[in-house]
Each structure stands twice: as C-alpha cells, then as structure tokens.
Ligand binder design. Structure first.
Ligand SMILES: C[S@@+](CC[C@H](N)C(=O)[O-])C[C@H]1O[C@@H](n2cnc3c(N)ncnc32)[C@H](O)[C@@H]1O
Length: 350
C-alpha cells in the first residue's frame, strides 16, 4: 500500500520546506543531513521499542517523523480500519475521534476506508503538531478539512468531547503514564458509539500495552471484533509470545533518501485491538504467523476459540487448500475444520 497522492504531496511539501530552511542555514551541507540524522534516531528508537514522541520536538524531528513514521502509522491504522470494515460491513461510520492525533495520520487512514466520515475531532497536546496537521489536511482537497476540529488537550487530564462512531488511539497510549492509561481507555470507551480502535507498535512492549487495554475493555463489557476470535485470556501472552501483524508499504524517494536504504518497501509491524459497543462477529480463527506454503500443503498458525493451533491444509482439501495458498499473516481464517484436517494444539514457539 502507499499513501494517497494528495497526502503524500502535502507531507512532501512540509518536509521540503524544512530541507530548504536547512539549506539556507547551512549552505555548504546537504539539505537533508539534519533530517537524515533525526530520521535515523527515530528509526533506532522505534526498533529498540523505545520510541516516544517526546523525542519529536524540533522542526527537523517533526519533518523526519512525517517522512519516515507517518507513512508507517498510516499503513498500520489503514490495515486495522480495513479489518474493521470487513468484519462490520453494515456499520455506518460518519464520525471519528482521534486521541493523540499527532499530524492527524489515523484520520487520514480512516477517511480512506470510510469515505462517509463527515466529521473528525482530533485531540493532541502539541500545538506544533496541530499546526502541521491543519496545513496537511488543508492541502488535501478531498478531505473536507473544514469538518476537522483540532483541540489542544493533554490526555493525562480528563476531558469532554461529543460521542463519535469510532474512537482511535494510534501509537499514543504507550506515551501515557501507565497509571493514566485505563482512565483514558475508560473515557475513550464512553465516547464511542461504535468501535474503539487501539494501535501500537508490534513490539513486545507495544503488545503489552494492547493486551492490557484488551483486558480492561473486556472488563467494561466490550465485545472484541478483531483480531481475537474470543474474549478469553490471550494465549499468545500466556506463552510469553506477542501478537502482532505486518503491513507492507511502499517507500517514497524521500523516505529512501532519509533512511539511506535501497529497498522499495518496508514492513510495519503493529499490534491492535478493535472493541465493539454492539454485537460483534469476530473471526472464527486468525492467522498469527506467515503461512508456511510447501508443495502440496500449507501450514497455518491460528489463534482459535480453543487456543493456538497449528493446522496443515493439504491439496486434497480442495477449497480450503486454494484459500490457504492465498492466505496471509493477519487475515481471518473462516474455514471450519473438515475431518481430514490435521490440527494440533500449539504448545511451544514455532
Ligand atoms: C507517536 S505519535 C502518534 C501520532 C499519530 N496518532 C500517528 O499515528 O501518527 C504520539 C502522539 O501522542 C501525543 N501525545 C503523547 N502524550 C500525550 C498527552 N498526554 N496528551 C495528548 N497527546 C499526547 C504526542 O504529542 C504525539 O503526537
């Protein structure tokens, strides 16, 4: 996947302004050197599972975030919203509340998946991000940015907002003190009329935040829509593993320049939970690892209502085999087990 053209152009414009500033101030140096350094630092922190947007304070750091992290958080939230739409195709999604909005990434991704969104409220503590987000939204003509309400708000304080169809907290819950996270989730849950979406990096730390949010929301009588097929204790956490998924995204030329890599794509790893206020139709099972495709059979690692299972689908199971050949990590697996399935409980890491 890639960013919509308008959003990409708006981000590029923001970043280029910063490069131009650089060139004016340091005529002899390459314009993107400070940006490249800021981007390398962001990537390093993110890989170490130690990323915090408190590290994003200068214009160069903000531009680096726009160039290298926004496409990745956009890709992950787009993936999660797409899953929501697939599991709840009849849901009417007209409004979204984005908590810890940064430059508005999650709202842009939601607009792509739910074109009927007519109003968005974005809460963010950092006024520089709000200014950047407003400029980016205004540069995307298809977006009805006049219906965006940006509010400067510290989420570690309680706040008031109107109810919205979707409430999203993307890559922001981990930035709050642990003691404040449940209070924010409680407030987010009370403000959502349809679905609460929480997304975090697909690291052990990010997953721990998601798993704690999952338990908290189950305690609030939420119905889990995705990725879990059940509301029992997470079997991945129980075995010391972490549930996460991956979304591939194209790297732009700017992204490659700042990151100094040749690959034309990157894989963003993320963990998430979607909780529903109404009845939910979760998947029968979820593919939790890359399917292993061999000649004549496919091995699937599944999270099911009975726990983690490893299932081998052979060529003789015609329809299931055809689906298994196309299956990807993160997808729902809706095939009921025919008798000839080879299924075994997973007890250890693969
Ligand atoms: C990693 S960024 C994610 C931004 C955006 N959701 C995205 O996916 O690109 C985390 C955001 O949470 C905001 N944030 C962190 N702590 C906050 C707080 N206490 N109140 C409001 N916003 C906060 C940061 O300013 C930052 O914009």
């Amino acid at each position: 996947m890639h960013l919509p053209r308008e959003l990409q152009a708006a981000v590029q414009q923001e970043v280029e302004q910063e490069v131009e500033q650089e060139l004016k101030q340091h005529a002899a140096r390459a314009g993107s050197s400070r940006l490249a350094a800021a981007s390398a630092e962001l990537s390093r922190q993110y890989k170490d599972g130690n990323f915090s947007s408190r590290a994003v304070q200068t214009d160069a750091q903000r531009a680096a975030y726009l160039a290298v992290r926004l496409p990745a958080t956009y890709a992950a939230t787009w993936n999660v919203f797409s899953e929501l739409r697939q599991r709840a195709p009849e849901a009417h999604i007209h409004s979204i509340l984005d908590l810890g909005a940064g430059p508005g990434t999650a709202v842009h991704a939601a607009q792509q998946v739910f074109p009927d969104i007519a109003s968005a409220t974005l809460l963010e503590a950092d006024s520089a991000w709000i200014a950047t987000g407003k400029r980016i939204a205004a540069a995307c003509p298809g977006l009805q940015s006049e219906n965006f309400r940006w509010i400067r708000q510290d989420l570690s304080q309680s706040f008031s907002a109107d109810p919205h169809d979707i409430v999203v907290i993307a890559y922001a819950l981990n930035e709050l003190a642990q003691s404040r996270r449940d209070a924010l989730l409680k407030q987010a849950w009370s403000l959502c009329t349809g679905f609460l979406v929480v997304v975090e990096p697909g690291t052990t730390r990010g997953f721990a935040v998601i798993n704690a949010a999952r338990s908290f929301l189950i305690g609030q009588n939420a119905r889990l829509l995705a990725p879990c097929p059940h509301q029992d204790l997470c079997p991945m956490a129980a075995r010391g593993d972490w549930c996460h998924f991956s979304q591939r995204l194209e790297r732009t030329a700017l992204h490659r320049r700042l990151k100094g890599g040749d690959l034309g794509y990157e894989d963003e790893k993320f963990s998430y939970i979607v909780a529903s206020k109404g009845e939910a139709q979760p998947a029968l099972a979820r593919i939790v690892r890359h399917p292993m495709k061999h000649s004549g059979h496919v091995k699937l690692s599944l999270c099911t209502t009975a726990g983690l299972e490893s299932k081998t689908i052979t060529r003789s199971q015609k329809q299931a085999y055809k689906l298994a050949r196309q299956a990807v990590w993160g997808q729902a697996w809706e095939q009921r087990a025919p008798e000839e399935d080879v299924s075994e409980k997973e007890t250890a890491h693969e």
